[in-house]
Design a protein around this ligand. Structure first.
Ligand SMILES: *[C@@H]1O[C@H](CO)[C@@H](O)[C@H](O)[C@H]1NC(C)=O
Ligand SMILES: *[C@@H]1O[C@H](CO)[C@@H](O)[C@H](O)[C@H]1NC(C)=O
Length: 339
């Protein structure tokens, strides 16, 4: 394979929060009594300590695939002392603590965790005071073929710059706390993923990425504002990324560049293994989390099936038990309420 073709095939495998597929689900309508208005919980309150974990949903959908719920639940479960903030475009404005409770209660599997916070994703606010705002003011989402990805790429950079913390795509199941700061993850040799990364707030890398995003914007090329952006900024300003020799992590300037095994122990081309039955379930003891390559799965739309004894079923049972129970008992994971 030529390098270009190889890079393209890897890029196509990288995470995509916009298109995690779900099986059909029943809806229940629950009506809540309106409460008196109270003070409001803001992203500043929750994320300012810089230890937050954030997820983004850039589509309007509210009835989420179980994999998205599993990703958020597994992160909250394994990091009970850290706030997990889930930014959703489809959420209405939340103006009080009570409204936040109502919003959270409409996701019964998430509501059992006291460290999960839901916020409406409002890009015009989020991108304020970043190099991305002029781009956002000019771009017309209707003309963008990859808008759910591009808007997610932009939002995660602004969040990381403003607050710092850990970002993960919604097709990543967390196994352990991530002990790293100021890191990127190799999806394969010499190519950075943007599906998971962590920085302190106001770091040069995230700022430079936002500048390059705007300067070299090309919404027609998938991944150009994502993994390709991270890889070119690393190469231009930090180091000539060396190949991995074995299981080691690397340093690229002052940024840690983690071995693919930490998040991608099963490579993209083998994504189907998650949906197969294994003789022995691997321990994944060298991994912090597992990326399930939802984008590679976009045509087949495989989902976790209770009782299938597949690897993904075991991962749900161990890492997102509330989501697993709900799917198993065919319970609704999103109750439509009146906010
Ligand atoms: C990291 O390295 C870059 C590039 O060499 C430099 O501009 C930046 O100041 C460094 N940042 C920190 C926080 O050390
Ligand atoms: C992971 O498990 C393998 C085999 O079970 C073992 O050889 C290896 O030392 C373990 N690695 C770590 C980091 O614990």
């Amino acid at each position: 394979m030529s390098t270009k073709v190889k890079i393209l095939s890897i890029l196509l495998c990288l995470a995509v929060s916009g298109f995690v597929y779900k099986a059909a689900n029943r809806k229940t309508v629950v009506k809540f009594i309106p409460f008196l208005f109270d003070t409001k919980i803001t992203p500043d309150d929750v994320l300012s300590p810089g230890n937050g974990i954030f997820f983004i949903e850039t589509t309007d959908r509210m009835d989420l695939p179980s994999l998205v719920l599993c990703a958020v639940e597994s992160a909250a479960r394994i990091n009970p002392k850290k706030p997990v903030a889930f930014f959703m475009k489809g959420l209405p404005d939340i103006n009080s603590v009570e409204e936040h409770t109502l919003a959270l209660n409409s996701f019964p599997t998430l509501a059992t965790y006291n460290n999960i916070y839901l916020f409406p994703l409002r890009m015009e606010n989020l991108l304020t005071d970043t190099p991305l705002l002029p781009w956002y003011d000019k771009v017309n989402p209707k003309n963008e073929i990859h808008w759910s990805h591009v808007s997610s790429d932009a939002s995660r950079l602004a969040l990381m710059y403003k607050y710092g913390g850990l970002y993960m795509d919604t097709d990543i199941i967390s196994l352990k706390p991530v002990p790293e700061r100021n890191f990127l993850v190799a999806e394969s040799s010499r190519i950075s993923s943007n599906g998971v990364f962590g920085f302190d707030s106001h770091r040069d890398f995230t700022w430079t990425c936002m500048e390059d995003f705007v300067k070299n914007y090309n919404g027609a090329i998938w991944g150009h504002q994502g993994p390709a952006l991270f890889t070119r900024v690393l190469k231009k300003f930090y180091c000539d990324i060396p190949p991995f020799k074995g299981d080691e992590d690397l340093k690229c300037g002052n940024i840690s560049f983690l071995n693919p095994r930490r998040f991608y122990p099963i490579e993209c081309q083998y994504w189907m293994k998650f949906f197969q039955v294994w003789k022995a379930i691997p321990t994944f003891n060298e991994s912090y989390a597992l990326h399930l390559f939802n984008y590679a799965n976009r045509a087949e739309r495989r989902v976790m099936v209770p009782g299938s004894n597949t690897l993904v079923e075991h991962l749900y049972i161990q890492n997102c038990p509330a989501t697993y129970q709900a799917v198993k008992e065919k319970k609704s994971t999103h109750l439509t309420n009146v906010l």
